[in-house]
Each structure stands twice: as C-alpha cells, then as structure tokens.
Design a protein around this ligand. Sequence first.
Ligand SMILES: Cc1cc2nc3c(=O)[nH]c(=O)nc-3n(C[C@H](O)[C@H](O)[C@H](O)COP(=O)(O)OP(=O)(O)OC[C@H]3O[C@@H](n4cnc5c(N)ncnc54)[C@H](O)[C@@H]3O)c2cc1C
Length: 307
Amino acid sequence: MKTLVIGEIVNDELSSGTLEIISKIKVLNLDFSVITVGNADVTNIGSDSFSNLYLKSSSNKLNLFNCANEIKKFINEKEIGLVLSNSSYIGRDIIAFLSVDYKTSPVSNVINFEIDNNEIKTINSINGGESEYITKLTSDINFILIRPKSFDQTEVTLNDNFETIDVAENEYSLDVFDVHIEEKTGPQLEDSKIVISAGRGMVEASNLKLIEDLASKLNAAIGGTRAIVDAGWMPYSNQVGQTGKTVKPDVYIACGISGATQHQVGMKDSKYIIAINKDEEAPIFQISDLGIVGDTLSVIPKLIENL
Ligand SMILES: Cc1cc2nc3c(=O)[nH]c(=O)nc-3n(C[C@H](O)[C@H](O)[C@H](O)COP(=O)(O)OP(=O)(O)OC[C@H]3O[C@@H](n4cnc5c(N)ncnc54)[C@H](O)[C@@H]3O)c2cc1C
C-alpha cells in the first residue's frame, strides 16, 4: 500500500513524532514518501532511502489550507492509499482538510496499526489506558493520526536529499502576528532518559526545589500532574498525562503522585517506574517497579544526599 507520512519540523529538524512514524513504517516494509510542512530554513531532513518534499511557508503566515492542497496533488498523482501524521496541531489541521476533501473519516490518537492483505487495523487506547478498541479501515484512502511516543524511534540517517516547494499565499493564509517561544532549559520532557514528576504530594510549590535538585543530580527532565499544573505550581508544558505530554523514559520517578488513570496514560510505558507516596494503597504502586512508601519531603532529600 502506497503510504504518505506528513512530517513536521521542530527545532529545525524532523520532529521526533515524524521519525517514530517512519521507524514503524520501515518495520512494516511499506512503500512510503514523506511530505514535510514547516517554515524554518532546514538542511537535514532528506534521505537516500525515502523521498521528502518540503512544503515551506513564510514564517509570518499560517498556510495549512494551501499545504493541504499541495499534499492532495501528491496523493492523487502517486495514488496514495494511507496517510499518516502525528496527533499534533499541524497534523490534525491538515488531516482535517484532507479527510473532508476525500469524504473519509480519519482515525485519531492511534497507538498502533497493522496492515494485512491491504486491510488496515488501528488500535486506540481508551478509558485512560484501561481498554483498547480496534478499527478496520476500508476506504480507498485512509487517514491516521498517531499519538506521540507510540513507536520506538530507530536510527534514521538524514541528509540534504530533499526537494522544497515554497507554498503560495492567498486569501486562505492567515497572518501570524506574534510567536511566543517558550524558554527551555535543561533536559526536555519528551527526549530525556530520566523524568522526575511531581504531584500534589509535594505539599506546596516551594518544595519543587527538591525536584529540581534531584533532577539536576540525575540530568533528568521535570514533569508534573494536572493537579499541580492547575494549581499554578508548574507550566502546562510540563504536564504529563492524557491532556498533557506522553513520555517514555528509561526511568520515571513519580513523587507524591496518586497515579490516576489520566496521569498513567502519559507515563505507564516508561521502562522503569519508581514511585514515592505516603499511601501504600496509591494506584501508582500498581504500575511501579520500585515503590517507596514514605514522605516525599524526607525521602527526596535523602536521595539527593546519597547521589
Ligand atoms: C479529562 C481529564 C483529563 C485529565 N488529564 C490529566 C493529565 O493529563 N495529567 C494528570 O496528571 N492528570 C490529569 N487529570 C487529573 C487526574 O484525574 C488526577 O486528578 C491528577 O492526576 C491527580 O494529581 P496528583 O496525583 O498530583 O494529586 P492527588 O490525586 O491528590 O494525589 C496526591 C498523592 O500524593 C500523596 N501524598 C500526599 N502528601 C504526601 C507526602 N507528603 N509524601 C508522599 N506522598 C504524599 C497522596 O497519598 C496522593 O496519593 C485529568 C482529569 C480529567 C477528568
């Protein structure tokens, strides 16, 4: 089945979500191409093993309607049967334009898919990860939005072997008046091998200093639950869970987190989970490899001291 991946640029590189989808497609041995959408000047998004067409818009325009039209031309010309994209803002917008044009329902937030004899089956995780449902796709052209971190990212060698099209602007392009780039310091949640997350069991915002000290000892990224994000202890960009980020580090340390299903769904696939909670019945212990029943405010300083 001829497949198209809609790629995205993050920090002037192909996004990790794009590379995760490419890794999965390589395992399935599908005949695929990539069309990447962005506005950055990039040099290293091409490959000798697949074609990548870069649809470049001007940085002061939101031009996804016109990008979708370019993608449509490619789909028709190459007789694409499957279009895959990340469940990101750009991916969702473009797939929305395309699926309306092709009168096909996209399947979103997919965590896995298989293709057997041209039949596509997608798997979705629901009820905070407690259940899964399978969808069979039978259209001539099928659109799937993949949830980040669903697939392991394997090594993909990238080079400058790609073509660029400057996407025209018209009355459908929106003006971008301001761009806020969040200041990022230290290891990033999505990429870090160790993530330390805080919950309401850190008792008060000032105690997050302990999490920062532990994170700096372990070169870890910092996350948090929605409860503390809602309380204003941490920005939303640090939230892990159903309505936040999905992380899959080698080690996830949950500090004072009850382990609600909405939190678990964003971290349960971490390789090794350590939880510190004073309540031995806390649900987080059910998915932990190592559980410490104790007060975060005394356990974490001891950990820091001994590292
Ligand atoms: C639609 C929807 C989407 C949601 N999305 C998300 C999401 O993306 N991410 C997310 O995290 N949540 C999400 N939630 C909220 C989720 O249901 C929980 O309310 C939230 O995860 C709880 O956060 P918490 O573990 O910090 O707080 P609590 O549930 O209050 O747990 C605090 C824990 O700390 C322990 N504790 C207290 N004091 C100490 C101490 N001194 N030492 C050690 N342990 C201590 C307690 O025993 C308790 O287990 C969502 C909810 C809904 C309805």
